[in-house]
Design a protein around this ligand. Structure first.
Ligand code: NAG
Length: 196
């Protein structure tokens, strides 16, 4: 190989590897910035560790966009509500339950369906914000829908306070609803602290 080419190739490979390591370190810094954004946004949420656990996986999608964070929080809440709906529906289909238990479970299914509708309405309000003329009105509507969702979760739970419901059923519903209520409270917290 002629020395001239050798140096050109040496120069190019050195240059390229510099470029690569530079871009991967800026990428790491960026990732770090996105994770920090989620963690600091969750810091004063009602249930901070739950907040981080559910939202950190979306750090690279959310970047540092507060609106995007709220949308992700609402979508995760909707998925949680859907999981709760599944749990309650499975229990409702159990043959061994009493008539009374069936009635309580049926009410709960309706509550959770309402919760899901309300969460969808909240997502719609949040999604309308970028093009909305009255962004504060949209936020206030999202707050109303999300609070209504939480109220419906609680009314499901209230239905089981009666002693006539089997302890195992009560515990299953409780675990599922308590988790859903925490995820919902965090979403509401993020909406309440949204500045647009
Ligand atoms: C709810 O879960 C079912 C499966 O159990 C799925 O088909 C449906 O798409 C889910 N809906 C939402 C809104 O996540």
């Amino acid at each position: 190989m002629e020395p001239k080419y050798f140096f050109t190739i040496l120069f190019l490979t050195t240059f390229l590897s510099f470029q690569l390591s530079f871009s991967s370190s800026t990428q790491a810094a960026q990732q770090n910035k996105y994770s920090t954004f989620i963690k600091s946004s969750c810091n004063s949420a009602t249930y901070p560790s739950q907040c981080v656990k559910y939202l950190l996986p979306y750090a690279s999608a959310v970047k540092t966009n507060p609106l995007s964070l709220v949308k992700v929080a609402l979508h995760t809440t909707l998925r949680s509500a859907n999981a709760t709906l599944y749990t309650v529906t499975q229990l409702y289909k159990t043959k061994s339950i009493t008539k009374w238990e069936a009635a309580v479970l049926k009410d709960c299914i309706e509550d959770i369906k309402d919760t899901m509708d309300e969460l969808k309405s909240s997502i719609k309000e949040i999604s309308s914000i970028p093009k909305s003329k009255d962004k504060h009105f949209a936020i206030s509507n999202a707050q109303t829908w999300t609070s209504a969702a939480i109220t419906d979760e609680n009314s499901c739970l209230d239905g089981f306070s009666d002693r006539k419901v089997n302890q195992a059923i009560k515990q299953k519903i409780r675990n599922s609803i308590v988790n859903l209520a925490r995820v919902s409270s965090n979403a509401l917290y993020l909406i309440n602290h949204l500045s647009v």
